[in-house]
Ligand binder design. Structure first.
Ligand code: ATP
Ligand code: MG
Length: 256
């Protein structure tokens, strides 16, 4: 479904991504792990069009999306969440979802300005769908609360619900459980598996290995911008290069 071939992203002298080749197969949950600064967020930024590769190609289904702007990529069916939550803090949870949906309506801007019947009908359906989505993410009680006033875990779930509101085929999750406790993390894992069961393809960046183990069919390991291993959780866990990458980080942490 998604194929990266020799993707590189050079920031001045720093190779944030160096010849990354990977595949995200349709219907699967693919994991992307690696130490801090490995290039994980850069990879998602490049897939979602927020940033562009300095080399290589990114293909989604039949399209080369390497140089496409974010709105085009969203329209093709790729949605994402952000490591640093990006919600409209002053707007309610429901309003945040309605904004995400709007590209889907068929009413023209003129119709919506004069509140034509088609627009009103669409508004009603979109609102009902948004409320249903909130319920799916356990946020029904938060519908009318400003997003910025919600607890951290709820904001993360709302970000994911907002991404789903664009009706994607592929969703990119950048550390969806950061700041969550183990119970919330496990529940989010179950939510990811439900999305997969409904037909969605997922690429998830995580530091929490229990979540990775819970949801991923296959895992890629990134270190200093390079893929150093890929395979199942069990295979990755035993890979000497992966162990070295993580032990190296621990050793640095210990010295700091
Ligand atoms: N816009 C930019 N300009 C220059 N350097 C950048 C830019 N964005 C990222 N980098 C650098 O690229 C490298 C990879 O960063 P990235 O944020 O992709 O890492 P990450 O794997 O997501 O890390 P973390 O686990 O901490 O989120 C880092 O060295 C970072 O400083
Ligand atoms: Mg990151």
């Amino acid at each position: 479904m998604l194929k990266l071939t020799n993707v590189s992203r050079q920031f001045g002298g720093l190779a944030a991504l160096a010849n990354v080749t990977m595949t995200v197969p349709e219907g699967q949950v693919t994991g992307l792990i690696g130490p801090n600064g490995a290039g994980k967020t850069t990879l998602i930024n490049n897939i979602s069009g927020l940033d562009h590769p300095t080399g290589g190609t990114i293909r989604f289904r039949d399209a080369d999306i390497s140089r496409q702007p974010p709105h085009k990529i969203t329209a093709l069916g790729i949605a994402r969440t952000y490591q640093n939550i990006r919600l409209f803090g002053e707007m309610t949870a429901l309003e945040n979802l309605l904004i995400g949906q709007h590209g889907r309506g068929k009413a023209t801007i003129l119709e919506s300005l004069v509140f034509a019947p088609r627009f009103r009908r669409e508004e009603k359906t979109l609102r009902a769908q948004a409320l249903e989505l909130l319920e799916q993410f356990g946020l029904q009680d938060a519908a009318h609360t400003p997003a910025g006033a919600l607890p951290y875990g709820d904001q993360r779930r709302l970000e994911m619900a907002r991404a789903i509101a664009t009706d994607p085929h592929l969703i990119l999750l950048d550390e969806p459980t950061a700041g969550m406790n183990p119970v919330e993390t496990h529940q989010l894992g179950e939510q990811i598996l439900r999305l997969q069961a409904s037909g969605l393809t997922v690429l998830v960046i995580e530091h929490d290995m229990s979540l990775i183990q819970q949801v991923c069919d296959e895992i890629y390991v990134l270190n200093f911008g390079q893929i150093i291993a890929h395979g199942t959780h069990d295979a990755i866990k035993r890979d000497p290069q992966v162990i070295q990458a993580y032990l190296g980080e621990d050793a640095e942490d210990g010295a700091a």
